[in-house]
Design a protein around this ligand. Structure first.
Ligand code: ADP
Length: 492
């Protein structure tokens, strides 16, 4: 990848963001500034959809669904459109990645792969699924026929966060569209730009007007209106537990829409003394928490290390961490980009202050970095001596802050790993096949990585347990969220 190309794209002015309703780009009830986390300056403005805008978007999605312009298209036709969209994402990959980094702050080297790269792959995966999902014939008595049809649910509302807008957006939009639904998307207010560009590409690819609408704006206004909308049949969400709870309340207050929530985690990364390569484990432990400045729902944010190697492992991890390049996320060499907003940066620093007050010890980091740039940066932070009763052990920071604790044996490792209200991801480092399988069985999480961390691709589900949520993103299992079963019971 060429830094000059990135610099050129990053210097281009960003057009004001509008809403996409019924295939038209329109103003919203209001407008708000978009600040760049890179330097704190205003990048552009974004339309804020009020309740009436959201109602129009939902009505458009409903009308499109009912008249069948997409929902009753032949599977091969829908498939061709989604393949075209994937190709357009690839064609505009660098532009999409740069635009996304400018408002969300993810380091570009990762954004290129994790954002357009992943989104294109996800659209292809679900495009291919369209003509491979069959109904069923029930094993009935010979005088009846029981057919089980899989039908689209109707209008899908999708509310997504700011850490990986294209990747997570695609995890929801692609399977929803593939199954014939209409979609109303609400991006995060601090990461809307790349998704608006994606929506433009969707129109270009041939997704009919009204089938894919985008409403930008604040969560408490635009998001709330979408979650309360009577036209929305299914609401899919990735974000914080606090918002997830609200969405369930909005559902109860409105039309009992089904809600699928992916709510983050406090994922344990467990290093045994018999790990095949402790140096590799230390490097992976650093990237597991510090890439994208810790703003990763599956981040390995609780590091549990067997006591016999704890001190040496932490020392090596600290050396690796201090060498990580923190800075402008648009530079290819940057390994830890910007924190998404000043609010988030202050919350991260608050966690560190509480951790030291509760008895944790800062090994490295703990402070704001590069303040002179005007941007929002934080030094990757390692805190040792963190115990299950500490706030840093229990709560998700969503920043570059790692909590470290020692364990004596496998039983204690498992107990500590599961001492959390969350259950999204985990890592286990060991040379013992039996121990690896015991830990995979024992840890309550949606994904357990063994001798690696992260990288689980679209072929496998991501589905939180406990307070990390419900329902799966990715894989064919995700299709269950976007379809209803219908039985035809026929007397022969
Ligand atoms: P994060 O910590 O990732 O910002 P949030 O839950 O605050 O998590 O945000 C995730 C998404 O939820 C964003 O698109 C945000 O605008 C939206 N959101 C926030 N509050 C609400 C709400 N009350 N109703 C609906 N959506 C909301």
């Amino acid at each position: 990848m060429d830094q000059a190309l990135i610099d050129r794209l990053a210097a281009a002015p960003v057009a004001a963001g509008r809403l996409l309703i019924e295939g038209e780009w329109v103003e919203g009830a209001g407008e708000s500034p978009v600040l760049s986390p890179i330097d704190g300056r205003q990048l552009t403005t974004l339309a804020s959809a009020g309740p009436e805008d959201v109602a129009r978007a939902c009505a458009s999605a409903r009308a499109a669904f009912e008249d069948g312009r997409w929902s009753r298209l032949a599977p091969s036709a829908r498939k061709a459109v989604l393949h075209r969209l994937a190709d357009l994402i690839d064609k505009h990959a660098v532009e999409l990645a740069v635009l996304g980094v400018r408002d969300n702050g993810t380091e570009i080297s990762m954004a290129l792969k994790a954002e357009p790269g992943s989104a294109a792959g996800t659209f292809r995966y679900y495009a291919e699924a369209i003509d491979k999902v069959y109904g069923e014939v029930a094993p009935t008595a010979p005088n009846v026929l029981g057919l089980i049809h899989r039908e689209p649910v109707g209008v899908v509302g999708a509310i997504v966060p700011w850490n990986f807008p294209l990747m997570i957006g695609a995890w929801k939009i692609a399977p929803a569209l593939a199954m014939g639904n209409s979609v109303v998307l609400k991006p995060a207010e601090t990461a809307s730009l790349s998704l608006l560009r994606l929506a433009a590409l969707a129109l270009e690819a041939g997704v009919p007007p009204g089938v894919f609408n985008v409403v930008t704006g604040p969560g408490r206004v635009t998001g709330e209106a979408l979650a309360l909308a009577p036209e929305v049949d299914v609401l899919v969400f990735t974000g914080s537990g606090a918002t997830g709870r609200r969405l369930l309340q909005y559902s109860a207050q409105s039309n009992l829409k089904r809600c699928y929530l992916e709510l983050g985690g406090k994922s344990p990364n467990v290093v045994f003394a018999d790990a095949p390569d402790l140096s590799a484990a230390a490097k992976a432990a650093a990237t597991a928490i510090f890439r994208n400045a810790g703003q990763v729902c599956v981040a390995g944010s609780r590091l549990l290390v067997e006591a016999s190697v704890h001190d040496a492992f932490v020392a090596e991890l600290a050396t690796v961490t201090r060498k990580m390049a923190v800075g402008n996320p648009l530079r290819l060499e940057t390994q830890v980009g910007a924190v998404n907003s000043l609010v988030q940066l202050e919350a991260n620093l608050g966690f560190v202050a509480d951790a030291t007050r509760e008895g944790g010890e800062i090994v490295t980091g703990g402070t704001r970095a590069l303040q002179e740039t005007g941007g929002y940066y934080m030094d990757p932070t390692i805190v040792t001596g963190v115990r299950p009763e500490h706030r840093l052990y229990r709560e998700e920071v969503f920043g570059p802050v790692l909590a470290v604790a020692p364990f004596a044996d496998e039983a204690e490792a498992l107990r500590l790993a599961n001492a959390s209200d969350f259950g999204l991801a985990a890592g286990v480092w060991t040379n013992s096949l039996s121990r690896a399988h015991r830990m995979v069985r024992g840890i309550r999480a949606g994904v357990v990585h063994v001798n690696t961390y992260g990288g689980a691709d679209v072929t496998v589900p991501l589905s939180g347990v406990k307070q990390s949520g419900n329902g799966a993103d990715k894989s064919l299992h995700a299709l269950e969220k976007y379809t209803d079963l219908k039985t035809a019971w026929i007397q022969l």
